[in-house]
Structure formats: structure tokens, C-alpha cells
Design a protein around this ligand. Structure first.
Ligand SMILES: COc1cc(C(=O)O)cc(C(=O)O)c1
Ligand SMILES: [Mn+2]
Length: 339
């Protein structure tokens, strides 16, 4: 039987849901407000959350676990759903991250063979975030970290965030950079036709974040830092030849910072990707060939993607047994220290 560890599986807790409901009613200019209003203040915007994501987010040990049993899915690697605590003020964010991490650690302790967890932290307060990272790994025994792309329109190439990049690297803990809606400067034409969401804007936002990190040379400061991005690498694997070629030319021409490695080398060394929300055998085949079988991890993206099609996708994927085992569970065990 193929062991299956799904690596982008979202949950929430009532305290975070309540805080996001306040955000939905507040003055935020963030494009995430469409989604936050739809999920957490559903009464106010009828029908947005037609799929009732909130129930799926708040349920971990009941219907979700039952469905995992029915589908023979071994584990969900859980993470606080986007936008996490990143829309709150620094103090609220720091407190709610710790609360969510405690709740997550309790779930993993109750079901150690079924759930592992990625800890939240509050980039709004980088030094306290580093402390929470240490607590999450050393005390709560969690498996890595979740970050939902930008925080107040700023990205991890900004040295203000480097205290917690240093902590993550020192802890040998991977940061999963998950989407949220495009930042204020990026959102322009992404606000129409439903493009703000997972349909397109999420990928643009998250892919841009990863490219900012590589082109700015962050990985020269943190060579051992490991980043995971979902959705088959947010289109970067397909774009990698062009990104590499044009960045090298820009470095020669002085339009891009000098880096010790090329973009393709950084993506290979410092990144892994997951298959979340891209159940396309051809995209999987290309990504494995492009990045190697050690760098692609299976995911469902529950509750935003249904479980059964995602597990059928990996089970029926035309891969040899060794490659399939790496994608389905071995790579997750290595990257997220899961036994
Ligand atoms: C936080 O809200 C989300 C919404 C959706 C969506 O399909 O509308 C997808 C994701 C996701 O892919 O994680 C997250
Ligand atoms: Mn997701």
C-alpha cells in the first residue's frame, strides 16, 4: 500500500475565524478582503462561500479524519489557512499564532500517525516570530512553518524579516510559502473576473515572492534555508529556463544584483514544490523531470480541493514505484521531519 502524506492541508480555529470576521468588517484595503468576507462573514456576502469552506477548516478530527480513513490517506500536514495571522496588528497576530500552534500541537499529539503540523508566526514582529519558531520546533515538536506570502505588502527579501529566516535555517525547518491575494502594488488588473483568487492572482503573488527571494540574493545569506511552494511551483518550473537566462543577462548588464548561484541553481537547492491544486499528470511529469523526484511532494489543498480526486491523481500517476513513493510520502518525511 502506498503511504500518502498530504502536505498543504488547511485548518482554522474559532479565535482566528472571529478575528478575520472583524477584518472583513473593517477598513482593510487588502484584496484578501473579498475572500475573508466570503468565508468568515458569509452572512454579509451571500453565496461567496458556496462550498462552505469554514466548516471544513474548523473540522480536523471528525469528518476530515473519517474521510481520510475511507480514502486510506495516512496523513495531513496541517497549516493555519491563508491569510493566517498576517492581516492583524503585531500583538494580535503574535498571540493568535501561538494559540493556533498550541491547538495544532494538541491535534498532532492526539493523532501522531495521522497529523503533522506547520507552525504559524507573525512577520509583523520578526524578533517575536523567531522566538515562536524556536518554541514551535523545540517545545511543540511541530514540523516546519507556514507563511502566506506578503505581510503588509512586504516580502522576505526585506532584511527586516531576516531574524526569522535565520531561525528557520538554524532549526533546519522548511517554510511553506502559501498564497494569499496579490499585495497592494500588485493587485491592479487582478481585481476583476474572479482573478483575485486561486484562479490566477494567488499564483502571481506567490510566484513573485519566490522570484524576489532568488533574484535579491537572500539565499546567499541563508544558503541552507528551505522553502516549499505549492501548486506545482506556482508556474516557476515551467518558466525556469527563461528566468535563468534573463536574470543572468540582467546581472551582466548591472540591472540585477550579482548572486553566487544562478536562479535555476537556487530553485534546485533551496526549494521544493507540491502538487496542491494542480492534478495534471503532464505537469507532474514535467516537474519531476525538471526538478528531480526528490523535490516534488504530493498535496491535496483541503478543504479547497476535495480529497478523493487528489488521492486518485497520485495513485494513478504514471510513475515508477520509487518515484511515486518519494512524491507520495518520502520527500515529505525528509523535508518536514515526519516519521
Ligand atoms: C484561503 O482561501 C483560499 C481559497 C481558495 C479558493 O479556492 O477560493 C483556495 C485556497 C488555497 O488554495 O489554499 C485558499
Ligand atoms: Mn492551499
Amino acid at each position: 500500500k502506498l503511504r500518502t502524506i498530504a502536505t498543504e492541508e488547511a485548518f482554522s480555529i474559532p479565535e482566528v475565524a472571529a478575528a478575520l470576521k472583524e477584518v472583513a468588517r473593517g477598513p482593510s484595503q487588502s484584496l484578501d478582503k473579498l475572500l475573508v468576507r466570503g468565508i468568515y462573514d458569509a452572512g454579509a456576502s451571500k453565496g461567496y462561500d458556496a462550498l462552505n469552506f469554514l466548516d471544513g477548516l474548523l473540522d480536523v478530527e471528525d469528518r476530515r479524519l473519517k474521510q481520510m480513513d475511507e480514502l486510506d490517506i495516512d496523513m495531513h500536514l496541517l497549516s493555519l489557512t491563508a491569510p493566517g495571522v498576517q492581516m492583524f496588528d503585531a500583538d494580535t497576530a503574535t498571540d493568535l499564532a501561538a494559540l493556533a500552534n498550541d491547538a495544532l500541537a494538541d491535534i498532532c499529539k492526539r493523532h501522531p500517525a495521522r497529523f503533522a503540523g506547520l507552525a504559524s508566526f507573525a512577520p509583523q514582529s520578526p524578533k517575536r516570530a523567531a522566538k515562536e519558531m524556536e518554541r514551535a520546533i523545540n517545545d511543540l515538536k511541530l514540523n516546519g512553518f507556514i507563511l502566506n506570502s506578503h505581510t503588509n505588502d512586504e516580502y522576505l527579501d526585506d532584511p527586516k524579516f531576516w531574524p526569522f529566516l535565520e531561525a528557520a535555517e538554524a532549526l533546519d525547518a522548511c517554510i511553506y510559502i502559501h498564497p494569499r491575494a496579490a499585495s497592494y502594488g500588485l493587485k491592479g488588473p487582478l481585481q476583476d473576473y474572479g482573478m483575485d483568487s486561486a484562479m490566477w492572482g494567488y499564483g502571481v503573488e506567490t510566484g513573485t515572492h519566490a522570484v524576489r527571494m532568488m533574484t535579491s540574493g537572500v539565499f546567499d545569506h541563508f544558503p541552507k534555508l528551505k522553502i516549499c511552494i505549492g501548486h506545482m511551483g506556482e508556474a516557476i518550473p515551467f518558466w525556469l529556463w527563461r528566468l535563468n537566462f534573463m536574470n543572468s543577462r540582467a546581472q551582466e548588464g548591472g540591472r540585477a544584483p550579482k548572486t553566487s548561484l544562478t536562479m535555476a541553481e537556487y530553485f534546485q537547492r533551496n526549494f521544493v514544490i507540491t502538487t496542491s491544486g494542480v492534478e495534471d499528470p503532464l505537469a507532474l511529469d514535467y516537474s519531476i523531470k525538471k526538478l528531480g523526484a526528490d523535490n516534488v511532494l504530493w498535496a491535496i489543498d483541503y478543504p479547497y480541493q476535495p480529497m478523493k480526486p487528489a488521492v486518485d491523481f497520485i495513485r494513478s500517476a504514471p510513475l515508477d514505484d520509487e518515484t511515486k513513493a518519494k512524491v507520495a510520502h518520502k520527500n515529505a518525511e525528509r523535508v518536514f521531519h515526519i516519521k
